[in-house]
Design a binder for this molecule. Structure first.
Ligand SMILES: Cc1cc2nc3c(=O)[nH]c(=O)nc-3n(C[C@H](O)[C@H](O)[C@H](O)COP(=O)(O)OP(=O)(O)OC[C@H]3O[C@@H](n4cnc5c(N)ncnc54)[C@H](O)[C@@H]3O)c2cc1C
Length: 344
């Protein structure tokens, strides 16, 4: 029998970051992951962008979320000798006058100081039909590197198990839970959009969306910035580019489609102002764990105090998860591990 404080289901960004956060607080964690090749975290571009959408909305907790993400990814970079976060400015190409007006309004708002501006006709040789607004505190997380780094870390300790978690095999007790030879004080579910099928949390309203994304090699010198007009083109540290992303409510699968590929490629000349020479090196699809209330689910089960969910980070896991993981891990409502004997 293996004993631990927290059994985590899923090693996407949510499960990985929560597991590491708990470990830093002194907990013993075990993670079970089924190794789905196209989990959202594996295909995501990892964009970090605190001011989003046509309305240029900055969530009230953005400052704290950026600080938490910076501290967390910076810590991992130092400890494991890898670069995870790549800062990159973003150029927002304004599509119509309404969008330009909304942007100007935000530029007058002190809460957006340091996040937006200036708004100009063109920037770095890129023109927007109604101007270009520079965004700051943006960049991308190398999600593949994060999953590989933390996966290796937990596997080396024998704390990452590859396998499918079968809900029916979970035994719930007063003092803790048991699953396939693992005894834990609690289980935290981080299964991404598969959380929809979790029988313990049927009351939570997931609203997942399928996304497809392309990897390209592009000839010539392009701005070292993310170009964004709703679709985006992002240069990567390895010299390649990501072009993304499609957004569909159904079907919820990982099938690659011709229609998404051509719609994404249509964005290239629009973003750049010309059609570049390029090679398509990859197409990938995944499903984002969006939620109907548009906020994550980081909560304890209403009746089973040993079960919790940490999920629903939608299209913004790279920015949101470190902050939510810390809040969740520090939650005084967390059942204590007193029932959990030493590792066996
Ligand atoms: C095309 C695309 C582009 C995106 N771009 C960005 C972006 O630029 N920036 C950004 O921040 N976010 C982006 N996202 C969203 C981002 O991917 C998510 O916010 C984040 O990855 C969610 O992580 P997660 O760990 O909750 O879910 P997942 O990554 O889906 O991880 C869940 C894990 O649980 C495992 N699992 C599920 N059920 C079980 C089970 N029963 N037993 C064992 N294991 C199980 C799965 O195999 C998987 O490994 C994008 C998503 C897509 C699809």
């Amino acid at each position: 029998m293996t004993h631990c404080d927290t059994l985590i289901i899923g090693q996407g960004l949510a499960g990985s970051i929560l597991a590491y956060t708990l470990e830093r607080l002194g907990q013993r964690v075990v993670i079970v992951d089924d190794g789905l090749r196209s989990s959202a975290s594996k295909v995501a571009a990892g964009l970090i962008n605190p001011v989003t959408g046509q309305r240029f909305v900055k969530a009230p907790d953005s400052d704290a979320q950026l600080a938490a993400a910076g501290a967390f990814y910076g810590h991992l970079a130092q400890r494991f000798g890898v670069t995870l976060f790549h800062p990159l400015p973003m150029l927002r190409l304004l599509r119509d006058e309404r969008e330009a007006q909304r942007c100007r309004k935000r530029l007058e708002d002190p809460a957006y100081g340091g996040y937006l501006g200036p708004l100009t006709d063109a920037a770095e040789g890129i023109r927007g039909a109604h101007g270009v607004c520079r965004q700051h505190h943006t960049g991308y997380l190398d999600t593949g590197m994060l999953l590989a780094t933390l996966g290796r870390h937990f596997r080396q300790q024998g704390r990452l198990i590859t396998g499918r978690f079968a809900y029916a095999a979970l035994r719930l007790g007063e003092a803790g839970v048991e699953w396939e030879g693992i005894r834990a004080a609690r289980v935290v579910f981080c299964e991404g959009y598969k959380g929809m099928e979790n029988p313990f949390f049927p009351h939570l309203a997931f609203q997942p969306s399928k996304g497809e994304i392309l990897s390209l090699e592009i000839e010539g010198r392009l701005p070292w910035a993310i170009l964004n007009d709703g679709q985006w083109l992002m240069p990567r540290h390895d010299g390649g580019y990501r072009l993304g992303a499609s957004y569909h409510r159904e079907p919820l699968d990982e099938t690659l489609t011709d229609s998404a590929r051509s719609a994404l490629l249509d964005a290239l000349p629009r973003l750049l102002g010309y059609t570049p020479e390029f090679t398509l090196t990859n197409q990938a699809a995944g499903v984002r764990p969006n939620t109907r209330p548009k906020t994550p689910f980081a909560e304890w089960h209403p009746r089973h105090p040993r079960l919790a969910i940490f999920n629903g980070f939608g299209s913004r896991g790279s920015l949101l998860i470190p902050w939510h993981a810390r809040r969740f891990a520090m939650n005084p409502g967390l059942p204590v591990a007193a029932s959990c004997p030493a590792t066996g």
